[in-house]
Design a protein around this ligand. Structure first.
Ligand SMILES: Cc1ncc(COP(=O)(O)O)c(C=O)c1O
Length: 462
């Protein structure tokens, strides 16, 4: 519990509380959250409840969640009227801050006109506009777009495009990679065998996992190149699926020259390179809409965007090089890849608002500056303080992993202690031995300073 802070700082949002400091006035979770979580346990699939139990056993502390009621800027409130700073930006979605005013007004305007259209049959004007804008932002001329509802949807569309374009179903994927949990992407998730094993009988059997070419690990880079060469030699590979910076798998920046060499090898072998930019795209990791365009010297053939693209509404986009898109054939034929909510007008309106924001030089500058400040004001001072007992710090832009001595058990303890002090952070990495930070690009100086001091305090005490 803390004293109420009424300090208001620069920045702000639609309901004016986005730049406040955290305030926690109850146990965490508070009594109302506990009641909601009890109710949740009655109806939710037990998988999620079981994970909390495992975490409690590992750390000896409660891991029941708080229950959110509102989110603006960096601030989240819960059912117990506690106020948190969300250093995850809602899994990276609220890049511009939760409930960004431009996104909200686009949604409100669109709500009054139409919330649903007829997908691929009778599209909405908003869908057409969004696809045009995304095509123009893609790194190739005449790029084509397949919209989806989730990141996994986008990756699925990319994998299908690669099969059509190459007539080969094999996929090269990377150890530690995460691409979503629908069947197509799940088969290529190197993140954890445990995610794939129960469903193995339904998954693509021709996926070759190779080492991820981490920038800081030359040995992994040469293993990655060897692995890619070997797999391509099989003649069955149609796609190479790779994150420019691995996110969930441990915030690892890929080595640009190695990834460029992999793109070349794939091209020589006639395989399609898919850059999964669901986390890294929309300026989170590099000063570009598609991070691969600045991190690699060679362009991929497909880029998948999600998360931040919809500003909080569920939408993803698979951007295709024209030649790859051609493989889908005659659009007058059967629509073999569509869905009821394809190009939902509300989600498209929200995404258009996000794209408009991201095209403004001042917003790009704000994101760039926020990235610098998050590193200099929060991460660097903590990482360089021996009493905080950190290990490897990695990442790019506003995607940061802070390794902790003590592994998962300490990470979970720290995560909980941070929550009790009003900060939302998540574990990261294949072994869960990192704190993962994907903050919104709207933190004030006071919020960053408070986050640093809180993090330092918690790390010293755990
Ligand atoms: C790189 C990457 N790809 C794909 C996904 C899956 O996205 P979604 O959870 O929206 O299906 C994620 C989600 O974290 C991701 O980080």
């Amino acid at each position: 519990m803390q004293d109420e802070s009424t300090e208001r700082v620069a920045g702000g949002d639609s309901d004016g509380d986005g730049a406040l400091l955290p305030w926690v006035g109850t146990e965490v979770p508070g009594p109302r959250a506990r009641a909601w979580v009890e109710r949740l346990a009655q109806s939710e699939c037990p998988a999620l409840t079981a994970r909390r139990k495992r975490r409690s056993e590992l750390t000896g502390t409660d891991h029941d969640p708080i229950v959110w009621t509102s989110a603006h800027g960096a601030i989240v409130r819960d059912v117990d009227d506690n106020r948190f700073i969300d250093l995850t930006a809602g899994f990276g979605v609220a890049m511009l801050g939760h409930s960004h005013p431009s996104v909200l007004s686009a949604i409100e305007r669109q709500t009054r006109r139409m919330v649903h259209a007829l997908g691929d049959v009778f599209p909405s004007d908003r869908k057409v506009e969004l696809e045009e804008r995304l095509s123009a932002l893609a790194p190739w001329p005449n790029a084509k777009v397949i919209l989806g509802l989730s990141g996994a949807d986008g990756v699925e569309a990319a994998l299908k495009s690669a099969v059509l374009a190459t007539k080969r179903a094999g996929v090269i994927a990377f150890e530690g990679g995460y691409h979503g949990l629908a069947h197509g992407p799940l088969a290529a998730c190197g993140y954890s065998k445990r995610f794939r094993e129960p469903f193995a009988g339904q998954l693509n059997a021709d996926v070759r996992f190779v080492a991820y070419p981490a920038r800081e690990a030359p040995e992994a880079c040469s293993r990655a190149l060897d692995g890619v060469r070997d797999a391509l030699a099989s003649g069955t590979i149609g796609a190479v699926l790779v994150e420019p910076v691995q996110g969930r798998g441990g915030v690892t920046v890929g080595d640009g020259p190695t990834l460029s060499a992999i793109v070349k090898l794939a091209r020589e072998a006639g395989a399609v390179v898919i850059a999964d930019e669901i986390y890294t795209g929309c300026f989170r990791c590099a000063d570009a809409f598609c991070a691969s365009t600045v991190l690699w010297n060679e362009l991929p053939d497909v880029v998948v965007l999600g998360k931040a693209l919809g500003g909080g509404l569920p939408v993803s986009a698979c951007l295709l090089r024209d030649e790859v898109a051609e493989a889908w054939g005659d659009p007058a034929g059967e629509a073999i890849h569509t869905s009821t909510f394809l190009g939902n007008p509300l989600a498209c309106a929200a995404a258009l608002a996000v794209v408009n924001e991201l095209e403004r030089p001042s917003v790009r500058e704000q994101i760039r500056r926020q990235s610098e400040l998050f590193w200099s004001d929060v991460i660097a001072p903590v990482a360089s303080d021996p009493s905080c007992r950190t290990t490897r710090t990695g990442g790019a832009g506003l995607l940061v992993g802070l390794g902790l001595e003590g592994g998962l058990a300490r990470v979970l303890t720290v995560m909980r202690a941070m929550l009790e002090r009003g900060y939302i952070v998540l574990p990261g990495g294949v072994r869960g031995d990192q704190l993962a930070f994907t903050p919104p690009a709207v933190l004030s100086d006071a919020q960053r300073a408070h986050a640093r001091e809180t993090l330092r305090l918690v790390l010293r005490a755990t």
